[in-house]
Write a protein that binds this ligand. Structure first.
Ligand code: PGA
Length: 264
């Protein structure tokens, strides 16, 4: 009942020219695949050119970050209002933002609220560090991150039915990305990821009720490739993947989306 979802996070890679080339290379073949939501997250400056190139395509665009204010004196920042013209999704709380740019749970919460109040659907990232995992604290860390990120947000908030055109809270996509698996080539096993994602869905059920929790898509992220995607999406609790490195190669990303379509 949940449509599988695969997003490619290009991080700080690709010039505008390279981004255009990569998209043109993948577009028609991605469009030929059915039954999977496919999303690309290029750097900010490539969103506008890709938005033009992707008119009429099934590929949807996502920003990698945003500020929580609509406009103002925030040199170097990009607002939800600006992004709303160009993309439907925004990655929030990625571990690299938390680690290198000091993003706290509180900032992530403000951003989630701002995205939903605008027209953007957040892809909310949560994940534990290696030492937290080894200390058996994964469940506690994820519960804290998720609860804090969604603080003050009701499942019914900003429903598209309200006529405001805002994103509905339950459209939120959660990405479980263990930090020890990101960019390391050491992915979690399908079993580990499925068990953890099951408990994340339990936390969501506690916050928003079982029915809503069952509708929210929860992805796995961390060293996903064409060679291991099957391990993840063959678990019914794992609704797809947030892919970093492998999304920068057309053949790899196509393989990941294609296999997800075949298995689900
Ligand atoms: P990776 O990155 O696939 O390169 O491990 C995943 C992510 O950070 O979203």
């Amino acid at each position: 009942m949940r449509t599988p979802f695969v997003a490619g996070n290009w991080k700080m890679n690709t010039t505008v020219g390279e981004a255009e080339e990569l998209v043109v290379n993948m577009r028609d073949r991605l469009d030929a695949i059915e039954g999977v939501d496919r999303v690309l997250c290029p750097p900010f400056i490539s969103l506008a050119p890709l938005h033009r190139i992707l008119q009429g395509s099934s590929i949807r665009l996502c920003a990698q970050n945003m500020h929580f204010e609509t406009k103002g004196a925030y040199t170097g920042e990009i607002s939800p209002l600006m992004l709303g013209e160009l993309c439907e999704f925004v990655i929030l709380g990625h571990s690299e933002r938390r680690m290198y740019f000091g993003e706290t749970d509180e900032v992530v919460n403000r951003k989630v609220k701002a995205a939903l109040a605008g027209t953007l659907t957040p892809i909310l990232c949560i994940g534990e560090k290696l030492e937290e995992n080894e200390a058996g604290r994964t469940g506690e860390v994820l519960k804290r991150q998720l609860t804090n990120a969604l603080e003050g947000i009701e499942a019914t908030d900003e429903s598209r039915d309200s006529g405001r055109g805002g994103a509905a809270a339950e459209d939120l996509v959660v990405a479980y990305e263990p930090i020890w698996a990101i960019g390391t080539g050491k992915a979690a096993t399908g079993e580990q990821a499925a068990a953890t994602i099951g408990s994340v869905r339990g936390v969501l059920a506690g916050l928003w009720g079982e029915g809503t929790a069952q509708r929210v898509r929860i992805l796995y992220g961390g060293s996903v490739t064409g060679a291991n995607i099957e391990e993840f999406v063959s678990h019914p609790d794992i609704d797809g993947a947030l892919v970093g490195g492998a999304s920068l190669k057309a053949e790899d990303f196509l393989a990941i989306v294609g296999q997800t379509a075949k298995i689900r």
